[in-house]
Ligand binder design. Structure first.
Ligand code: DGI
Ligand code: FE
Ligand code: FE
Ligand code: FE
Length: 187
């Protein structure tokens, strides 16, 4: 494995300063959510730190990897918003040498969520949405809900994301909709 200094250097070199700051924020919030939910804090902090490692990889490079590495070719109908988690894991394995399957799955699911979500998947998904640098209208309520109950945080975030996508007439990745149906519906 890479030393922490090497990992931090690679992360920093792969994104701009603003994105790096976001990753620090997600790491800190992941640690806090792990503590509240009896999960391994260091593992959550690491997953949060690297979750957006591939966010600024070029579309050309993503397309090349989707075509050559056995990914679902339907991914070509989407863009970097979807690719940087699902396909980003390819770069995280090869360049950051991360092999922990729980961490890789949490990163894969961090944008769209999924019907099945482990505690770590939920932590990274929610931390990404409520880290201290986020300022969108509704973020304070999202924080309140998520710190009180992690599952409710997932449901709140998915409803907010669906509203955003529909308002902007953006394509909904089927997994995002499946996740909304699982986590956001009131019983
Ligand atoms: O990478 P971040 O910006 O920190 O956060 P993220 O990985 O959660 O990505 C958020 C973006 O992804 C936001 O602009 C909404 C978009 N997104 C989430 N689900 C879908 C989606 N975009 C499309 N087109 N379809 C989705 O289902
Ligand atoms: Fe992301
Ligand atoms: Fe997110
Ligand atoms: Fe993020």
């Amino acid at each position: 494995p890479l030393s922490s200094a090497e990992l931090i250097a690679k992360e920093k070199a792969n994104m701009d300063a603003k994105r790096f700051k976001h990753c620090i924020g997600v790491s800190q919030t992941s640690r806090k959510l792990a503590q509240l939910n009896n999960y391994d804090e260091d593992k959550a902090a690491l997953a949060g730190f690297i979750h957006d490692y591939a966010k600024q990889v070029s579309p050309e490079r993503f397309i090349e990897v989707i075509k050559s590495q056995g990914f679902d070719q339907d991914l070509l109908n989407y863009n970097r918003a979807i690719w940087h988690g699902i396909v980003g894991v390819y770069f995280i394995e090869h360049e950051l040498k991360i092999t922990d399957p729980e961490i890789l799955t949490a990163i894969r699911r961090h944008t769209t969520a999924d019907v099945e979500m482990s505690t770590l998947d939920k932590i990274v998904f929610v931390a990404d949405f409520i880290e201290p640098g986020r300022t969108f209208p509704g973020v304070d309520e999202a924080r309140k809900v998520a710190f009180a109950n992690l599952d409710d945080g997932v449901g709140f975030e998915l409803a907010h994301t669906l509203e955003f996508l529909i308002k902007n007439r953006q394509k909904v990745y089927p997994k995002t909709l499946d996740a909304y149906n699982k986590w956001s519906i009131k019983h």
